[in-house]
Design a protein around this ligand. Structure first.
Ligand code: SDX
Length: 391
């Protein structure tokens, strides 16, 4: 035991920093970005307006937002050499691995402009990442389906450009679909920040060593990939598909979860902080019916998810453990209805979370109290002993 340390697995009882960006009340199911309730922002704001709010602390004026939007549009192109990066990877590569690797590779083009202590570099690379990561994400999608990469279309809004990069094909004119635009805009807003979650804490820890934004965000993408974190939205769809295909029925599956058979979990349920309904899950569930109907899609997996939620919320096992649907429980059904492959779901989470990661990296970087992250430990290993012949 070193110093006066107390063991706190997963730091759930430890504040690693002060932050003014996002407020969560896990018992009341409250989420606010810079004080604004998520319910209002999801319904009335846009991804870039919320990105500015998270990064700079206030809602932008119309001119600030227009300038921000224009700067991002002017940085959407990737260096042509970087496009060849994708051809080095197998077409079976998981898009989250592609996003993480390409984000780290992106930094190699800007090494002379990546000084974390140079405010101009920080501003420029914030813009570059907001502009280029969606393009990389769309290229990961196109690679996984064997289609040609498109170039960004700067005549379109941020979300429409992202949708066109994902769903446009060279042989067709791409028609913007307002239903898709609004659905994705709302889902991205719901993911933009969530205070000190595992991937954001990773971004802050890596950044605390003096690593630049690209390296820190690439590390955050890797943390998000895990099925207990952002990877859960992909795992929910796989879980629902297995329940449907096995014919075992929801009640039997819930029993297996309660018996912890083969470590099976109810993916999309439970949360480190929310011990009540995740306010984001409520908003996603509300819009799921509306979006699927507007897209003319009916998906039995949505009904299965609702049945699963109803049964779980009535069951003491889940009530005693305060397990409720989290943001990942319903999002996948909407992404699937929009046409995204399941393995793109966590990439969409990452694009959503990017402004929050950037905001936290900057807040950490500007905080004079920031020290390189270095938790203590309770040592339980071998006591001192000698190498043979040295004793
Ligand atoms: C995200 O931190 C964030 O903010 C993350 C996030 C964000 O926006 O960044 O909100 C996004 O990551 C949401 C979470 C997505 N993950 C999943 O849906 C995966 C399934 N969920 C679990 O793995 C779990 O709920 C966690 C890891 C998310 C949270 O774990 P908890 O609730 O802090 O507590 P725990 O793991 O200690 O479990 C407590 C009890 C245990 O039972 P007992 O051992 O006491 O009998 O609850 C059980 C667990 O087995 N439990 C579950 C369960 N989650 C917890 N049992 C079945 N299914 C589950 N999903």
């Amino acid at each position: 035991q070193t110093g006066h340390t107390t063991l706190d697995y997963g730091f759930v009882n430890t504040s690693a920093t002060k932050s003014a960006i996002t407020f969560i009340d896990g018992d009341k199911g409250i989420l606010r970005y810079r004080g604004y309730p998520i319910e209002q922002l999801a319904k009335h704001s846009t991804y870039l307006e919320v990105a500015w709010l998270l990064i700079y602390g206030e809602l932008p004026t119309a001119d600030e937002l227009a300038e921000f939007d224009n700067r991002i549009r002017r940085h959407t192109l990737l260096h042509e050499d970087l496009k060849r990066f994708f051809s080095a990877l197998p077409h079976t590569a998981h898009p989250m691995s592609v996003l993480s690797a390409a984000t780290a590779a992106l930094s190699t083009y800007y090494e002379r402009e990546s000084d974390p202590n140079n405010p101009e570099h920080v501003e420029l690379n914030t813009i570059r990442m907001l502009a280029k990561l969606p393009v990389i994400a769309a290229y990961a999608h196109k690679k996984s389906v064997g289609q040609a990469f498109l170039y960004p279309d700067n005549s379109l809004s941020f979300v429409d450009n992202f949708l066109k990069l994902n769903f446009g094909v060279l042989s067709e004119i791409y028609d913007v679909d307002p239903v898709m635009t609004r659905a994705l805009e709302r889902l991205l807003i719901l993911h933009e920040d969530h205070e000190q979650n595992a991937s954001t804490s990773t971004v802050r820890l890596v950044g605390s060593t003096g690593a630049n934004q690209f390296s820190s965000i690439s590390a955050g993408i890797n943390a998000l990939y895990g099925p207990l974190h952002g990877g859960a939205n992909e795992a929910v769809l796989e879980m629902l598909g297995r329940i449907r295909d096995s014919g075992e029925g929801v009640r039997r599956f819930v029993e297996r979860v309660k018996n912890k058979e083969d470590g099976v979990k109810l993916m999309g349920f439970g949360h480190r902080v929310y011990k009540n309904y995740d306010p984001r899950a409520k908003l996603v569930k509300e819009s799921a019916d509306e979006v699927l109907e507007a897209l003319g899609v009916s998906d039995p997996l949505l009904d299965l998810a609702k049945e699963l939620e109803t049964i779980a919320l009535e069951d003491d096992y889940f009530k005693e453990r305060r397990l409720y649907p989290n943001v990942d429980f319903y999002t996948g059904v909407i992404y699937k209805a929009m046409g995204f492959p399941t393995r793109m779901f966590t990439v969409l989470f990452a694009i959503g979370r990017l402004p929050g990661w950037l905001a936290h990296w900057r807040e950490m970087q500007q905080d004079p109290q920031t020290k390189i992250g270095r938790p203590q430990q309770l040592y339980t290993g071998a006591v001192e002993r000698n190498y043979p012949g040295q004793g």
